[in-house]
Each structure stands twice: as C-alpha cells, then as structure tokens.
Design a binder for this molecule. Structure first.
Ligand SMILES: Nc1nc2c(ncn2[C@@H]2O[C@H](COP(=O)(O)OP(=O)(O)OP(=O)(O)O)[C@@H](O)[C@H]2O)c(=O)[nH]1
Ligand SMILES: [Mg+2]
Ligand SMILES: [Zn+2]
Length: 356
C-alpha cells in the first residue's frame, strides 16, 4: 500500500487539525485518568496519540499534532494494535514508544488463525447495526450482544432502513426481547434525524464502534454522524435487491471524528461471528437462564436432561422461550469448544491454550 495512503478524509474537523495544543483536546479524543495513571514520570514529554488505522506495515494516529504516521521501531509489527488504541510516541520523530493498556477491547478469534481480530479498543458503545429487512436475524444479533457484553462496552441496537417498511414495530419487539434493558432504535441512516437519535452516545470524548453485516448502513450512518458540510468520510455501496446482502464496500477499520464531538470506528461487514472466551457475555445476554440456574438440584446442572432442573421446568411451563433456550445451548457449546481452558491438563483436544 502506498505510503501516502492515509485515510481518505480528515479524521478530525479542521479546527482539530490546526496542530495547536488546544485545551481539552485529549479529553475530547477520549483520554482520561485511566490512561494518565499509566504514564511513568519519564514519559510525560511523549506525544499521546490514538490509532486511527492499522495497516500491515504502518500505523496512523490522530494527536494534538493532527493526523500522523507513526514510525515503527526496526522489525516491529503492527499486529496486536487496534483502531482506538492509545499510544505514546516521540513528539518530534513520531517514533512509537509503547501502547497503553486498554479500557475495553472488542476482539474475536478467527477460525484457523492464532491471532485474534481486533475490532476496536477503548470503545464506550457498540452500535449493533441491522436493517428492517432480510438481514434481521435474532441468532446473529445475540452473538454481537455477547461480544459487546464480554468487551465491557454498552450495546445499542440500531435498526436502519426504517423508511423502507410500513411498520418497524415487529423488528423492535424482537430486538428488545434479546437482552434485558437493551436500547433499540429505528432510523433512516441517511437522514440527519439519525444523528439526533444517536446523540446520547456521541458526545465529546465518547467512542462508538459500528458492527453488523455488509450493507446494513454502517458507513452511511458514519457519514450522517460526521455532519452536514463535511466531506463524506466513507464510501457506501448499494445492496443486492433479492436478498438484501451488501457488497463489502468497507474493507478496513478506521476512526473518524463526528459532529457531536465523539469518535466512530467504522468496520467492514462481519461475515460469521464464532464466539470464544465469552462466558460472562453469554451469561449477561441470557440473564433469564443464568438466574434460574441456582435453583437447579445439581450445582453443575447442564440444563440438558437433569432431574430437578429449574431451566427445563421454566421452558416446560412457558416461562422461558424454548427458542432462546435452544440458542443459548448452541452458543454455550460453541463458546466452550472454542475457548482454551484454564487448566491445560484438563484440555482434551490438542491445540487448546491457556485462557488469558
Ligand atoms: N433507505 C435506506 N437506505 C439505507 C439506509 N442505510 C443505508 N442505506 C443504503 O444501504 C446501502 C449500504 O449502505 P452502506 O453504508 O454502504 O453499508 P455498510 O454497512 O457500510 O456496508 P459494508 O461497508 O459493505 O459493510 C447504501 O446504498 C445505503 O445508501 C437507510 O436507513 N435507509
Ligand atoms: Mg461500510
Ligand atoms: Zn438446570
């Protein structure tokens, strides 16, 4: 990739790119006490920068000096860096010094790859984007929710293309039933009103990441949030009419400033999400099942067949949705299968590694 290939549009509105150190700039970019506490006394003079794009051989970042390309130490790799990471660098040469510990990290294992894919770091809110059309799939949305819960980010369900249906209520009802207390919004991602609806999560210093399948309107939403009069930060692409599938228009992750003062990480459309290392995220997602478990006769009840099982009893008398129970079992089993166990001697299949 050419060296001049910085993200195509300004990462920050012009006044943020002046190069002058403005008061509050770092706080607006998401810096907080969590990060300053990590600084050693001799690191006070280093530049603090936030990664805006991760390429195979280079990192770009936004900082008080505007958008910069970080110089990497000899033989250093960009693997292990995520968009949204805070790093320290030399203020003059922009030589990378180190990455700071993350507040949150959205990551997943990819089948056949030893390195996790990092969707975003230091994210406050995950906008789970789906559309009021054939893309809407409760089982897939539950996977995204488990990912958000596990990462410690607040999930918000954003249903786009509400303008294409007569009535979005059934989509809202189904989405709201997926997790207790879940905020569900319907909107037209192309309309300026979408920015108003999303404003509570988009203020200065806040970071939002967008996930969802291709074609649901993630980049359209980002362009709307960037505000009128801005160069559109991202390309968007039409979907196939017969099955509403997108064409994978966005191909890499990137961090963008938005009009409300916050920051948005846009991502390529996700294909399949296999869960791993997500036990607590799944427990939060299926709170109605998690809460019944202590009433089972056996402490290690699997809720598959045991006598005295409170979960099976609830499913039998209609208090628990049998479809939810079936999907919970599937996710629990998949997560166990994909998650390295804490005690390597207890691991039966070869290749399992210690849980971090
Ligand atoms: N009518 C309508 N069209 C929308 C809405 N949101 C997105 N679109 C259209 O849907 C298509 C796909 O939008 P994109 O923003 O490219 O979707 P994406 O999620 O970024 O897709 P990938 O980059 O491929 O992952 C474009 O033609 C958009 O104009 C909406 O709320 N209403
Ligand atoms: Mg896109
Ligand atoms: Zn049970």
């Amino acid at each position: 990739m050419p060296e001049s290939d910085l993200p195509p549009t300004p990462l920050a509105p012009p006044d943020r790119q002046s190069g002058s150190a403005q008061p509050g700039f770092l706080a607006g970019l998401g810096w907080s006490g969590f990060f300053s506490e990590q600084l050693a006394p001799d690191e006070a003079g280093l530049l603090r920068a936030r990664i805006s794009a991760v390429h195979r051989t280079r990192l770009t970042a936004t900082s008080e000096s505007g958008q910069i390309r970080l110089s990497l130490p000899a033989r250093a790799s960009t693997a292990g860096f995520a968009v949204g990471d805070w790093v320290l660098a030399d203020a003059e040469t922009h030589l990378l010094h180190r990455r700071l510990e993350r507040r949150t990290l959205i990551s997943r294992r990819l089948e056949g790859s030893p390195v996790p894919q990092l969707t975003g770091a230091n994210v406050d809110t995950l906008f789970i984007v789906t559309s009021c059309n054939a893309d809407f799939n409760p089982a897939r949305l539950e996977r995204y929710l488990a990912l958000a819960n596990e990462a410690g980010t607040e999930p918000v369900m954003v249903l786009t293309k509400a303008d294409t249906v007569d009535d979005a209520d059934e989509f809202v009802r189904q989405a709201a039933s997926l997790q207790r207390g879940l905020v569900v919004l319907t909107l037209n991602a192309r309309s300026p009103e979408a920015a108003e609806a999303l404003a509570p999560w988009c203020g200065s210093g806040r970071t939002v990441a967008l996930i969802g399948s291709s074609g649901v309107g993630k980049s359209t939403l980002l362009n709307t949030l960037a505000g009128p009069g801005q160069v559109r930060p991202q390309e968007t692409g039409a979907i196939r009419e017969h099955d509403a599938k997108g064409r994978h228009t966005t191909t890499s992750r990137s961090l963008h400033a938005i009009a409300a003062g916050g920051w948005v990480i846009d991502s390529p459309g996700m294909r399949t999400l296999h869960l791993s290392d997500s036990e607590s995220g799944i427990d939060t997602l299926f709170a109605e099942i998690t809460e019944l478990a202590p009433q089972c006769r056996f402490r290690d009840c699997t809720h598959n067949h045991e006598p005295g099982c409170a979960v099976l009893a609830a499913a039998a008398d209609g208090r628990l949705d049998p479809d939810r129970l079936a999907r919970w079992r599937k996710l629990r089993d998949e997560n166990r299968e994909n998650t390295p166990v804490a005690n390597p001697r207890a691991a039966s299949p070869a290749g399992r590694r210690r849980k971090r």
